[in-house]
Ligand binder design. Structure first.
Ligand code: ADP
Length: 228
C-alpha cells in the first residue's frame, strides 16, 4: 500500500513563556484511499494534530510528508499551493457565507483564488450539488438552510478542487444523529467514488467504528491504533 501522508516524530509545544506540550513524538502513516477516524477526549490534541497534518499549523519539531515531499522547509506560498492542489477541509462550523446561495458558496474557492467560473467549473459545481443531494435548493441562501444542508454545502465546497485528501474536524459535531449518519454515508461514498483519503476527527463511536482505522489520541500521544 502506498502512503499519502507521513507524520514523523511530531511534537507540538504552545507558548514561549509558559510552554505547554500538546503532542509528543507522533508517528503515523496514512494509506492512499483510506478512511481514518481520530478519536479522543477534548483537549487530547486531535485538532492540533489535524491542523499540523493539513499544514495549517507547524510542528515544533518533526515533519509532515505529503506524497513523498516534506513540507518542513516550504514557505507560506508553497504551503498554500500544496493545500490548494491536494487538500480539502471540512470543519464543525462550516463557515459558509450566509448571504450567498448554496451554489455560490461551493464556487467560493474559485472566486477567492481568482479563477474564472468556466462552463466546466459550473458543471462540476452542479454535479457536486447533485452528489450531496442539494440540486433542488442550490439557489437558496445558505442562511435559509438546515444545519445538515449547510454541512453538505461545505462538503461540496471541499470537493470543488478535487482534493486527494480530505481532513475533517468534527464534521457532524452540531448535527442530530440521523443527519450525522447521512453525512457519513456521503463521505464514505465520496471515498469510494473518488478514492479520496479521509482523516476525520469524531467523538461519535458509531461513526469511528465504520472507518477503516481508529486512532485514539490520549494526552498528546497515539494511545490506540486499530486497522480493520
Ligand atoms: P482536541 O482537538 O483533542 O480537543 P486540541 O488540539 O484542540 O485538542 O488542544 C490540545 C491542547 O492544546 C488543549 O489543552 C488546548 O487548550 C491547547 N491549545 C490548543 N491550541 C492552542 C493555542 N493556540 N495556544 C495554546 N494552547 C493551545
Amino acid at each position: 500500500m502506498v502512503n499519502t501522508i507521513e507524520v514523523r516524530n511530531v511534537n507540538k509545544i504552545y507558548g514561549n513563556v509558559v510552554k505547554t506540550q500538546v503532542l509528543y513524538d507522533i508517528n503515523l502513516s496514512f494509506e492512499k484511499e483510506s478512511f481514518n477516524s481520530i478519536i479522543g477526549q477534548s483537549g487530547s490534541g486531535k485538532s492540533t494534530l489535524l491542523n499540523i497534518i493539513g499544514t495549517l499549523d507547524q510542528p515544533t519539531n518533526g515533519e509532515v510528508i505529503i506524497d513523498g515531499v516534506s513540507t518542513k522547509e516550504m514557505n507560506k506560498n508553497q504551503l498554500a499551493e500544496l493545500r490548494g492542489a491536494k487538500l480539502g477541509f471540512i470543519f464543525q462550523f462550516h463557515y459558509l457565507l450566509p448571504e450567498f446561495t448554496a451554489l455560490e458558496n461551493v464556487l467560493m474557492p474559485m472566486k477567492v483564488n481568482k479563477k474564472p467560473i468556466t462552463k466546466d467549473v459550473l458543471a462540476r459545481a452542479n454535479e457536486l450539488m447533485n452528489l450531496v443531494g442539494l440540486t433542488d435548493v442550490k439557489d437558496n441562501l445558505a442562511n435559509n438552510m438546515s444545519g445538515g444542508q449547510q454541512q453538505r454545502v461545505a462538503i461540496a465546497r471541499a470537493l470543488m478542487n478535487q482534493p486527494d485528501i480530505i481532513l475533517a474536524d468534527e464534521p457532524t459535531g452540531n448535527l442530530d444523529s440521523d443527519t450525522t449518519e447521512k453525512v457519513y454515508e456521503l463521505l464514505r461514498e465520496i471515498n469510494r467514488k473518488f478514492k479520496t483519503t479521509f482523516i476525520i476527527i469524531t467523538h461519535d463511536r458509531r461513526i469511528a467504528e465504520k472507518a477503516d482505522r481508529i486512532i485514539e489520541v490520549k494526552d498528546g500521544k497515539v494511545n490506540v491504533d486499530i486497522k480493520k
